[in-house]
Write a protein that binds this ligand. Structure first.
Ligand code: ADP
Ligand code: F6P
Length: 319
């Protein structure tokens, strides 16, 4: 391949820039021309693309967000707009595309591959909801952001003898809440993959109070109800003061952690090497510390499961 495109799609994630940098530099190393596609699949439809060089990715390795911008482009799901995108790709002479995003973006990568443009997916989402890989890009940074927030919230909750309900992102995946809860020493963790019950949570808080624990953290994953409502019920049923904090988009920003930056560099390098070998319709992942690839279809079929060891450990320790 002589010319390849790179795009970021779906929700942004820390590490996307480091990954773009790695893909661009690996492409140049192989003698290819890298083309930056702006705003995800929308850039293909609107023909918003530009040539990149070594300098265009200078000083982005440690920056959050994505310099190529991202979008949720629903038009690209239709054959009509896919044809427009295809036409632009062919006119530009782009022979392969690296797609950094989540499961939706991977479906877009499969569409491109089906049309004869080999595409490689790199998992970029804070949610860690792609089951074929141990980690997605951005998860570790978001986890550290949540941890930092929990520590600050705990300071004020302890000073006031309050319960704090901290609502975190994750789409339908409870990994951010589960791991942050475990590492941050939360007293209760509520995730969408496991049944939960407010009576049990309140009883747990009251048991803690009897032992002299006056401040507690309840980690609530997105999709399990509203933090404000849960905190109101806790106040009514336990008589303890409760406050809710919805962390929101702060979890998506910031400089990538060391781990995410390294992962981004390895993913970007590996993906472009696959294109260099003429492969498409593949996703890159990490399993037991080894970078690997597999076909998009099989990867998307693997269903997410909660890590039971972590869940059980959290249940033992978070009391
Ligand atoms: P994520 O990639 O984080 O899961 P989305 O599900 O929003 O985020 O998908 C990102 C983008 O990927 C969509 O806006 C669309 O442009 C593209 N996409 C998603 N599903 C498909 C599909 N079935 N066919 C083609 N493109 C898709
Ligand atoms: O997929 C990343 C994510 O941050 C999810 O955790 C969350 O459900 C969603 O995106 C929020 O999307 P938006 O940025 O459109 O509010």
């Amino acid at each position: 391949m002589k010319k390849i495109g790179i795009l970021t799609s779906g929700g942004d994630a820390p590490g996307m820039n480091a990954c773009i940098r790695a893909a661009v530099r690996t492409a140049i190393y192989h003698g290819m021309t890298p083309i930056g596609i702006e705003c995800g699949f929308r850039g293909l439809i609107e023909n918003k693309m530009h040539e990149m060089d070594l300098r265009s990715v200078g000083d982005i390795i440690n920056r959050g967000g994505t310099m190529l911008k991202t979008a949720r482009c629903l038009e690209f799901k239709t054959k009509e707009w896919q044809a427009v995108a295809l036409n632009n790709i062919r006119e530009r002479g782009i022979e392969g595309i690296v797609v950094i995003g989540g499961d939706g973006s991977f479906q877009g990568a499969q569409v491109l591959t089906n049309y004869g443009i080999p595409a490689i997916g790199i998992p970029g989402t804070i949610d860690n909801d792609l089951a074929y890989t141990d980690y997605t890009l951005g998860f570790d940074t978001a986890l550290n952001t949540i941890l930092d927030a929990i520590r600050k919230i705990r300071d004020t909750m302890t000073s006031h003898d309050r319960v704090s309900v901290v609502e975190v992102m994750g789409n339908k995946c409870g990994d951010l809440a589960l791991y942050a809860g475990l590492i941050g020493g939360a007293e209760s963790i509520i995730i969408p993959e496991r049944e939960w019950n407010i009576d049990y949570i309140c009883a747990n808080l009251l048991r803690g109070k009897e032992r002299g624990k006056m401040a507690s953290i309840v980690l609530l994953a997105e999709g399990c109800g509203s933090g404000h409502e849960v905190s109101k019920i806790i106040e009514e049923r336990t008589g303890m003061q409760a406050r809710a904090t919805v962390l929101g988009h702060i979890q998506r920003g910031g400089a990538p952690s060391a781990r995410d930056t390294q992962l981004a560099s390895m993913f970007g390098f590996y993906a472009v090497n696959l294109l260099d070998k003429g492969l498409g319709g593949q996703v890159v992942g990490i399993k037991d510390d080894q970078i690997f690839h597999m076909d998009i279809h099989s990867a998307l079929k693997i269903e997410h499961e909660v890590n039971n060891n972590i869940y059980n450990l959290a249940n033992v320790l978070c009391i």
